[in-house]
Design a protein around this ligand. Structure first.
Ligand code: NAD
Length: 262
């Protein structure tokens, strides 16, 4: 039997990139999933159907805007109602904006803090009582290597990601003896739409082919010149939900091709 059969998971921002791969990996282990995120309605429905068909799990979708606390509470309520429980919460939805502090648009600061940090607080606050009742839970926060180190032109993102590493630790301490763990995953460069925008902007600014800009972007930070893959992050999320990780809590795990070893 698959290792997560019967468990119920909410994965925010799972219509693309890392969240989609984590939802896919959890579904492949038998978990029922509530998908969330923006995108084309027909594509989202196709994803929902294909996960349900391939893995014979219950797969739902809720379009809550993770910038809006009331909608986040609605997502958790809907997931509990439709799936029957919430055992796993993956706080993944995120956005990026690249600019120096003096030029940083205030509305982008507010949006990044709301979606990349506050959303995880609101979702955790709403989901924890359900996990406490069930005496079992796994909360996985998708931080970033930028939760541990900084880069220029990413003030809001770095602040939000350092914040989510702090939130991870507090959640871990408060839930320590309740059967619930909370850990943060800190990826280096993953080639998703969020990063593709940065690669294209760099190629344009430096008048280089996109693939050259992509190689330079990775090489500047990571010792390993390959991008981290979304499948690798899905595999780590599955491990964090396993019994093998039952006493791992409050950690911030780099998956960064050696970036943080430098
Ligand atoms: P992505 O752009 O492919 O996916 C982002 C997801 O979040 C999408 O499903 C999108 O619809 C959703 N989303 C955005 N705003 C939302 C909102 N207001 N409400 C609901 N959903 C919303 O990006 P990704 O690279 O897969 O990023 C996922 C997470 O991983 C983010 O938190 C990001 O900061 C983090 N991360 C990414 C990288 C990387 O290199 N790509 C590295 C470290 C951390």
């Amino acid at each position: 039997m698959a290792s997560l059969t019967g468990k119920c998971a909410v994965v925010t921002g799972s219509t693309s990139g890392i969240g989609k791969a984590i939802a896919t990996a959890l579904a492949a282990e038998g978990a029922n999933i509530m998908l969330n995120g923006f995108g084309d309605a027909a594509e989202i429905e196709a994803l929902r159907r294909s996960l349900a068909r391939r893995h014979s799990a219950k797969i739902g979708y809720n379009g809550a805007d993770m910038a809006k606390p009331a909608e986040i509470r609605g997502l958790i309520q809907a997931a509990e109602k439709e799936l029957g429980a919430i055992d796993i919460l993956v706080n993944n939805a995120g956005i990026q904006h690249v600019a120096s502090i003096v030029d940083f648009p205030e509305d982008r600061w507010d949006a990044i803090i709301a979606i990349n940090l506050s959303a995880a607080f609101h979702a955790t606050k709403a989901a924890l009582p359900i996990m406490i009742r069930r005496k079992w839970g796994r909360i996985i926060n998708i931080a970033s290597l930028h939760g541990l180190v900084a880069s220029v032109q990413k003030a809001a993102y770095v602040a939000a990601k350092h914040g989510i590493v702090g939130l991870t630790k507090v959640t871990a301490l408060e839930a320590a003896n309740l059967g619930i763990t909370c850990n943060a995953i800190c990826p280096g460069w993953v080639r998703t739409p969020l990063v593709e925008k940065q690669i294209v902007a760099r190629a344009k600014a430096e008048d280089k082919p996109v693939e050259t800009a992509a190689k330079e972007l990775v090489g500047e930070k990571q010792e390993m010149l390959d991008f981290v893959t979304v499948e690798q992050l899905g595999a780590l999320a599955v491990f964090l939900c396993s019994d093998g990780a039952a006493t791992m809590t409050g950690t911030a795990l780099p998956v960064d091709g050696g970036w943080s070893a430098r």
